[in-house]
Design a protein around this ligand. Structure first.
Ligand SMILES: Cc1cc2nc3c(=O)[nH]c(=O)nc-3n(C[C@H](O)[C@H](O)[C@H](O)COP(=O)(O)OP(=O)(O)OC[C@H]3O[C@@H](n4cnc5c(N)ncnc54)[C@H](O)[C@@H]3O)c2cc1C
Length: 380
């Protein structure tokens, strides 16, 4: 394993998943010397397990700032991806403008209708409109096109701004442009201890010592241990929990679906991704046949013709969920310039993580949009 050729940086970002990569890219864009230390983990790798949705509908039902944060991130994705594609020469297969969540049966339809009504009411109380709406079976069929919908589909929620992309290519593009702009990506570099000298944080890693006046903990579930390294006797509490999502991938089939339907999306190469579950299994990421059967059953109820399509892969990944489901973007109390960033939906939010978090990390005022997402709320 190569050791790091530069010891001092302006910022060390710990974790090279979607969070760390988007923020690190924003930091090099501001002219900072940045190192990303990314350990190899079979468990802490949500960024390599996800579904690829760029999604705002039904987010922030009880929390308007999060609803707006998600919508604004989706709206900023097109420009972010455009510049990323130009600079990386990687096509990340972005499709925006249509996204649906199908409802099976009357109960699901009624529940989803209530969710959309609540989002509309919350927006209206601020004189605004929420872009999502409900569709009935016929309207869903018209949008889907030729492939027959199952009779169980009673309707869907629909967003005219949501969409999807190829999540692995998206991550690759962010890392590539980061390095092209002079950032150092230390793959397989685990941060094992954090100390502080007069000016800098000193990080002991598996690839040598690193010094930086600012550190960003963007390590998913690894943030809990990292925060504890700052003060082992009185570890700052980072309330994040794992939630397993299992998903399936089919063999390639002829193109039939040109936009994502939440738990169903056809990729550019023709495979169909089917997902995902929300399971509490601790840090166990193993897949189960019973869950796979449940997911395929639902997919077949939506599109009966999928019943002849073979599943070729299945995997599980752990979402990085905070205890209230909202992001954490904060500086750790008592440890100035040590930032912690953790949230679900990092694909969706990458555009704003790239643009709004780096200036704050470099010393500018904390953007008002992220002020509700502090650590203090967990102590009230
Ligand atoms: C099944 C599933 C489906 C999903 N679908 C979507 C979706 O459709 N749309 C969407 O927006 N989001 C989706 N998500 C969520 C999204 O994948 C996560 O929000 C995102 O991956 C979190 O990224 P992260 O960088 O914070 O964490 P991670 O991906 O976990 O990355 C953290 C990195 O930090 C490294 N690390 C940990 N400790 C250390 C250490 N001590 N030193 C150095 N490095 C360290 C880890 O090895 C890892 O590489 C999904 C997640 C799952 C699990």
């Amino acid at each position: 394993m190569s050791s790091l050729h530069l010891k001092k940086y302006d910022v060390c970002v710990i974790g090279g998943g979607y969070m760390g990569s988007a923020v690190a890219l924003g930091l090099v864009n501001l002219g900072a010397r940045v190192l990303v230390a990314d350990k190899i983990s079979n468990i802490q790798k949500a960024s390599k397990a996800n579904f690829g949705l760029v999604w705002s509908q039904s987010k922030g039902i009880n929390h308007r700032p999060y609803s707006l944060w998600s919508q604004n991130a989706v709206r900023a994705t097109r420009d972010f991806v455009k510049s990323l594609e130009e600079e990386s020469t990687i096509d990340v297969e972005l499709r925006l403008g249509k996204g649906m969540i199908a409802c099976l049966g009357d109960k699901e339809l009624e529940e989803k209708t209530q969710v959309i009504k609540r989002l509309h009411r919350a927006a209206a109380s601020h004189g605004e409109e929420h872009p999502s709406q409900m569709l009935d079976h016929k309207e869903v069929q018209e949008l889907v096109g030729k492939i027959p919908l199952g009779e169980a589909v009673t309707g869907a929620s629909f967003s005219p701004i949501d969409g999807d992309l190829n999540p692995l290519l998206f991550l690759k593009a962010m890392r590539k442009v980061f390095q092209k702009k002079g950032g150092i990506f230390a793959h397989g570099c685990t941060v094992q201890a954090i100390e502080k000298n007069k000016e800098n944080f000193v990080l002991a890693t598996t690839q040598g010592k690193i010094e930086a006046p600012r550190i960003v903990m963007a390590a998913g579930h690894g943030n809990v241990d990292l925060a504890a390294m700052l003060d082992p006797n009185n570890p700052p509490e980072i309330p994040i929990v794992p939630e397993k999502g299992q998903l399936l991938v089919t063999e390639r089939v002829k193109p039939f679906l040109s936009f994502p339907m939440s738990g169903l999306r056809q990729t550019e190469c023709g495979t169909v991704m089917i997902g995902t579950t929300q399971e509490d299994t601790g840090f166990d990421v193993s897949t189960t046949v019973s869950v796979a059967a449940r997911l395929s059953n639902r997919a077949i109820q939506i599109f009966p013709s999928l019943s002849n399509t073979r599943i070729v892969r299945s995997w599980g990944g752990l979402r990085v969920l905070t205890s209230d489901g909202l992001p954490i973007y904060d500086e750790i109390k008592g440890h100035p310039n040590a930032f912690v960033l953790a949230t679900h939906s990092c694909v969706t939010l990458a555009s704003l993580h790239f643009s709004l978090l780096p200036p704050w990390i470099m010393g500018k005022e904390k953007p008002k949009e992220i002020q509700p997402f502090n650590l203090e709320r967990f102590h009230v």
